[in-house]
Design a protein around this ligand. Structure first.
Ligand SMILES: [Fe+2]
Length: 424
């Protein structure tokens, strides 16, 4: 069988197979004669496996070819003399082994040309590559190690580019952070290896254009003049112009670098285009870039805490950031970067309804963006004031899609006040 599979694989094809399942030791009498027949329930479970196209109990189709007197499983004082029914009669287990055969069809991952039509009913030939294996998050470290060794040992072009960075350790460390975050995010988005590496390369080089911005502008503490700001805004174009003639770099890398400061709803720079014209690579790097830049110390401001940065990304989801990627970032990256749930039990949340709730539990996982909250302050639109609810309204945000979290309250004064209100 293994040889058959390998032979088909080498030919760019695939094979199916029939698998026999044997359930031993199940006592007699399990099941139901009408609605919850044991065989019906097992068949339902087996058909939920995508590639299963046939399920047969015992002698199955063969039984249809013989007479009732031959198909019977007769008994003597020691028990059944045969098991043609496959251990289930009338929907109930007989105490014999349950024998099921399942027919598994080949996967559609065929590299051989196949005929198909488009939505206009025009005929075409296509080749598919099929699904690639998903990369489990445990492999993150080795992927990044592979990536790093690839760019440091295999490609002179990348090495030369990295040498550029030696002039500016800050840009290098920011670029490495953005690379790590972007690749982790690509893994969370279940990208295949090739795309994860591509986004990593784009992330590593995304700010290379800043090497052309005078240092006094990059490190200026005071507000930038309009002219200085215009110089900064050109760094994606400078990067594009520097890298565009390198044959090693795919076009998708160049485009991601050129557009990493564009925004989901438009209004970014250098072009001000919106998500319809943006690649997912640039939108991944955009979130990673803002997260790392805002949580790193700058000469002109204190860094945001991780919590504040997560809040900022949530508040700007659908505005500056792609909401789907932001959602995955907030859900998974909090765990990977912060190791703290975004909304731990006891934190106070402002909801879209103007209500304030305290997190009392998490239904699915502590990293959910939709925890269970007790709402204790309600917003009155007439008086425009918050009203205290003596009996809190408990809401499971996984179920109540009318409500969602706007942000976690981080102001210590407000948190103190809420605690006082609750302790009244
Ligand atoms: Fe940048």
């Amino acid at each position: 069988m293994e040889q058959e599979i390998l032979k088909a694989k080498n030919e760019g094809d695939s094979v199916g197979g029939i698998v026999q399942l044997e359930i031993k030791g199940l006592q007699a009498g399990i099941g139901d004669p009408v609605f919850f027949k044991l065989d019906a329930r097992l068949a339902m479970a087996l058909f939920s496996i995508g590639a299963v196209k046939g399920v047969e109990f015992g002698d199955g189709f063969e039984l249809a070819k013989i007479k009732g007197s031959e198909a019977n499983d007769q008994m003597d004082k020691n028990g059944f003399l045969s098991n043609r029914s496959g251990g289930i009669l009338g929907g109930i287990s007989t105490g014999e082994d349950i024998i099921i055969k399942i027919g598994v069809k080949p996967t559609p991952s065929i590299n051989i040309e196949q005929k198909t039509v488009d939505i206009y009913n025009n005929s075409h030939s296509i080749k598919t590559e099929g699904e690639k294996a998903k990369i489990p998050s445990k492999e993150i470290n080795s992927i990044i190690e592979n990536f790093t060794s690839d760019i440091t040992s295999n490609s002179d072009a990348y090495l030369n580019l990295l040498e550029f960075f030696e002039e500016d350790a800050l840009i290098l460390s920011h670029s490495v952070n953005v690379t790590t975050i972007s690749m982790l995010l690509a893994i969370s988005l279940k990208y295949e290896m090739e795309k994860i590496t591509t986004v990593g390369i784009a992330a590593l080089l995304h700010d290379i254009g800043k090497l052309f911005v005078p240092e006094e502008i990059l490190k200026k503490k005071e507000k930038l003049s309009e002219e200085e700001w215009e110089t900064i805004k050109k760094h994606p174009i400078k990067a594009y112009e520097t890298l565009k003639n390198l044959p090693e770099l795919p076009q998708s890398v160049l485009i991601a670098i050129l557009t990493h400061h564009e925004q989901y709803a438009g209004g970014g720079y250098p072009f001000g285009i919106n998500h319809e014209k943006l690649s997912t690579f640039s939108q991944i790097i955009s979130i990673a870039d803002v997260f790392d830049a805002s949580t790193s110390p700058k000469s002109y401001r204190d860094p945001l805490t991780f919590d504040e940065a997560f809040n900022y990304i949530m508040e700007n989801s659908g505005k500056k950031f792609n909401p789907t990627i932001a959602q995955v970032f907030l859900r998974d990256m909090a765990k990977k970067i912060n190791e703290e749930p975004i909304y731990p039990i006891g934190s106070f949340l402002l909801l879209n309804t103007g209500e304030i709730g305290i997190v009392i539990n998490h239904r699915l996982s502590p990293y959910t963006l939709r925890p269970i909250v007790d709402i204790f302050l309600k917003f009155d639109p007439v008086s425009k004031k918050q009203i205290y609810l003596k009996i809190p309204i408990q809401v499971d945000l996984e179920k109540d899609y009318q409500r969602h979290v706007i942000k976690k309250i981080t102001d210590p004064q407000k948190i103190e006040n809420f605690r006082k209100i609750l302790n009244k």
